[in-house]
Design a protein around this ligand. Structure first.
Ligand code: FES
Length: 144
């Protein structure tokens, strides 16, 4: 190791500012990457919309009734033959939320008047296709 005064290393002011800029740039890119990751990461909470939802016990849904399941934003339609349909609440026309109207015994879209029966089939209006269905299964006496 050379200990002469000429070999002494010095750091210039330019190098210090360059290092500060470099560290700042790395921090900025890191924050931007983290924010981008959070933005695109699926936000699916267990038991909420987009995940498997326990709707209840099958016997809770009486034959010829339609029940709303808030957690999943869908309807459970219990058919006369005992079958069960899980119908998404969105109208297939332009996406309005379609309420089940007990007095009419059908889904009636408030936006443009599409009408769907208890199986989600279009009976009137501009909707091009039936209400979308979710897969529904019974596991351990729970409708999922
Ligand atoms: Fe339902 Fe248009 S959005 S009929």
């Amino acid at each position: 190791m050379d200990s002469s005064p000429d070999s002494k290393q010095t750091i210039s002011r330019r190098q210090v500012f360059g290092a500060i800029w470099g560290v700042s740039l790395v921090a900025l890119v890191g924050q931007f990457g983290g924010a981008l990751f959070q933005f695109f990461k699926p936000q699916i909470a267990a038991g909420g919309f987009g995940s498997k939802v326990i709707a209840g016990k099958p016997k809770e849904f009486k034959v010829n009734t339609v029940s709303y399941v808030q957690e999943g934003r869908f309807y459970i339609s219990r058919l006369e033959d005992g079958g069960i349909l899980a119908l998404w609440q969105r109208c297939t026309h332009l996406g309005c939320t379609v309420p089940w109207v007990d007095a009419e015994n059908r889904f009636h879209c408030p936006c443009h008047g599409s009408i769907f029966d208890s199986q989600g089939l279009v009976t009137a209006g501009p909707a091009p296709r039936p209400l979308d269905l979710y897969p529904a299964t019974v596991v351990n006496n729970e409708l999922i």
